[in-house]
Design a binder for this molecule. Structure first.
Ligand code: FAD
Length: 425
């Protein structure tokens, strides 16, 4: 039986309250289909970890958390299928139990699969595409309540559907590429001089399977560098006491000063299963700070040094509002609305203090500074660009909006955010 909740819900960070006053929790696919068919406006809510109004609906919201994860591994195909509302934490634990793994994870495992792929959520690694790149099949309910399945093998425009912003339908199941589980050891260094980091940027980011740099943009050093070393992948296993002028941490670290490192996945070079190391934060603990807003811009990696330099030059206006910034690398993909579409890139991420007005005032300055580098904002974080700015950055933007209009002619899956940032109306 579908449960209906009338209370207004906030997102995880508490910087946005959803305008939709009803949230439905269908317990069967049939309930979901009839709910969608009967609604004039409906959108899916994942685990509510986005920082803007993307997930909101002008009518009702639907959450898939009452549906069983229903995780099935196809060992021969090298895939796993699960209910779309399943969190990566739940999926990764079951994969680990059966000796498998995903190619990568985001900084936190708490997010739903559907919500994460809808916004092209990513981890780090020169050779690692974002989480949506592991998707090989999707089932979704269309605006009329019909059930569809699309796959990379059989659907010509499959690359349109994966980073779908919830505009094409309500995803019910997702099939993802998996591999044999692998071991990862995390090594953290502190206070690496910026000059050495920029001079050796390519060597640094290719040194490990996944690399993250944490900075407040101020001063002459990068606060922390995290190396997630995949065992046996041919990269160096040498992590000396000093690296590029930085010092190997001798205690477990949290990227944010003052937050307990108990929340973080184990470091200090102790190897563990990939699902216990690829995220920064542990499933049973608070990720990040909790009281925060996030923004992120993805840009081609050839602009890494210039873009980083531009951010350092803005440190006087950025740093007072900032908890921490993170620099990651992401491999190119072919997903139409992915910020990594067609280009290997870097992500410049900002974890802000929970000051919506202050953040909104500074974002246009950051976006202006990053505009020469064709920066694309993360769909699930706070940004100020609109459709007119974004369309030229995505070669398939017009095809995507045409597909969305054909699958959802009455605009049931649209909201103010999508009208402003995607449809330009
Ligand atoms: C502490 C923290 C750390 C983060 N770290 C990272 C990181 O490392 N890398 C990164 O890239 N991002 C990161 N993010 C951002 C986060 O991954 C994205 O905002 C992601 O979209 C959140 O997923 P969700 O399940 O909460 O989705 P929601 O925020 O609930 O929804 C996001 C979008 O997905 C759609 N959606 C959800 N379910 C469905 C469905 N069943 N069918 C169709 N559409 C659906 C919604 O309609 C909406 O458009 C972080 C966020 C937080 C709060």
């Amino acid at each position: 039986m579908t449960v209906k909740q009338d209370t207004l819900e906030w997102n995880w960070a508490g910087n946005y309250s959803y305008g939709a006053t009803e949230i439905h929790f269908p317990t069967t696919l049939e309930e979901l289909r009839s709910l969608v068919a009967g609604a004039s406006a409906v959108r899916a809510l994942g685990s509510r970890h986005s920082f803007n109004s993307l997930a909101d609906s002008d009518g009702v919201l639907v959450s898939l958390t009452a549906l069983e994860p229903n995780i099935r591994i196809d060992a021969e195909a090298g895939t796993v299928t699960a209910s779309a509302g399943t969190t990566y934490g739940v999926l990764a634990a079951e994969l680990k139990r059966q000796g498998y793994a995903l190619h990568n994870l985001a900084s936190l495992p708490h997010i739903s699969i559907a919500g994460a792929i809808a916004t092209a959520t990513h981890g780090s690694g020169d050779g690692n595409g974002n989480l949506a790149t592991a998707v090989v099949g999707l089932s979704f309910v269309d605006a009329a309540g019909g059930l569809h399945t699309v796959s990379r093998q059989q659907t010509p425009d499959f690359a349109a559907y994966v980073v779908g912003l919830g505009m094409l339908g309500i995803l019910t199941e997702v099939t993802l590429r998996i591999e044999a589980d692998f071991m990862v050891a995390q090594h953290v260094y502190t206070d690496l001089p910026w000059d050495a980091v920029l001079e050796n940027f390519d060597d640094l980011t290719s040194r490990a399977y996944s690399v993250s740099l944490f900075t407040d943009w101020r001063g002459d050093t990068v606060g922390q560098a995290w190396f997630k070393q995949r065992q046996g992948d041919g990269r160096t296993e040498e992590y000396p006491a000093s690296l590029l002028g930085g010092t190997a941490a001798t205690a477990q670290m949290h990227p944010l000063p003052g937050v307990s490192a108990v929340n973080c996945t184990p470091q200090l070079g102790v190897a563990g299963n990939s699902s216990d190391r690829l995220s920064h934060f542990r499933m049973d603990y608070l990720p990040s700070s909790g009281n925060e807003i996030q923004s992120e811009y993805l840009l081609p990696r050839e602009h890494a040094r210039a873009a980083i330099t531009a951010m350092r030059q803005l440190s006087a206006i950025i740093s007072p509002l900032l908890l921490v910034a993170e620099i990651r690398t992401i491999a190119a993909d072919d997903l139409w609305l992915s910020p990594n579409y067609g280009r290997d890139g870097i992500g410049l991420h900002f974890t802000w203090r929970l000051d919506q007005g202050g953040v909104e005032a500074v974002l246009p300055l950051i976006e202006e500074a990053l505009a020469p580098f064709d920066a694309r904002p993360h769909w699930g974080k706070v940004f100020s660009s609109e459709a007119g700015d974004l369309a030229p950055l995505y070669p398939k933007f017009d095809q995507f909006t045409a597909l969305a209009k054909s699958l959802d002619p009455t605009g049931k899956f649209r909201n103010d955010f999508l009208n402003r940032t995607v449809l330009g109306q």
